[in-house]
Design a protein around this ligand. Structure first.
Ligand code: PGA
Length: 259
């Protein structure tokens, strides 16, 4: 175990999901301001998730810094008649290291289904991209006592076509929908429960892989609450939305992640 409580082989990961924010010029200026602020990142992985058009610019601006680059979505096919979509090989060519899949905004506003995610997750792995698979319950589901049912369905369905021996290459982000962009953060107990439940679900497929799988928390993480959340033993990092838009607050969260 390292100082943060994670086994040494689960390097904490901090990813900033910009969603549909920042032009190319804004992305460049963000990276220029972020890099000098970042703590020595030996012990953690830090990545940015700009919109598609900003990927190249961030790759160039962050070159040599060790900051990773993740996309926010991709199509499962390599190419084809899928107007408006982007494939894994295109992302790899642009210098991308990984991809967020199944974010709740994509599920809610763009009808992204577990069936599609079942194809996307292995397609990302096959292309050499690290999938960051988002799962999480709505407030209604939590109130009805359906949190575990929802998490079980998402984790089992979305990972169904991933070979058991590759499960730990998928990062899972637990993002309760009611905590995203609302300023409401899951309590320590809620987080603990959900994280260990998710790890147990992966463990149903393969115990060894479950121990190696990184599980992030996402939902209203900011510079003030990051240290407490990231200290939880099953939390292997954070997926940050709003607070990742400002280089100083994102750097402060990165500092909280380093111990
Ligand atoms: P938030 O978003 O940090 O703004 O709540 C998190 C996310 O959607 O990944």
């Amino acid at each position: 175990m390292n100082a943060g409580g994670q086994p040494a082989n689960r390097t904490p990961l901090l990813a900033g999901n910009w969603k549909m924010h920042k032009t190319v010029a804004e992305a460049r200026s963000f990276v220029a301001r972020l890099l000098p602020q970042l703590p020595d990142r030996g012990a953690i992985e830090v990545g940015l998730c700009p919109p598609f058009l900003g990927l190249r610019a961030v790759a160039e601006a962050a070159a040599g810094s060790g900051v990773k680059l993740y996309a926010q979505n991709m199509h499962h096919a390599q190419e084809g008649a899928f107007t408006g979509e982007v494939s894994a090989p295109m992302l790899v060519e642009a210098g991308v290291d990984g991809v967020i899949l199944g974010h709740s905004e994509r599920r809610a506003y763009f009808g992204e289904s577990d069936r599609e995610l079942q194809l996307k997750v292995p397609a990302a792995l096959q292309a050499g991209l690290m999938p960051i698979l988002c799962v999480g319950e709505t407030e209604e589901e939590r109130d009805r006592g359906d949190t575990e049912r929802r998490l079980r369905h998402q984790v089992q369905e979305d990972l169904h076509l991933v070979d058991s021996e590759r499960l730990s290459e998928v990062v899972i982000a637990y993002e309760p929908v009611w905590a995203i962009g609302t300023g409401r953060v899951a309590s320590t107990e809620q987080c603990d429960e959900a994280m260990s439940f998710i790890r147990a679900l992966v463990g149903d497929r393969c115990k060894e892989q479950a121990e190696l799988t990184r599980i992030l928390y996402g939902g209203s993480v900011n510079a003030e609450n990051a240290a407490e959340l990231l200290a939880l033993p099953d939390v292997d990092g954070a997926l940050v939305g709003g607070a990742s838009l400002d280089p100083y607050s994102f750097a402060a969260i990165a500092a909280a992640a380093v111990r």
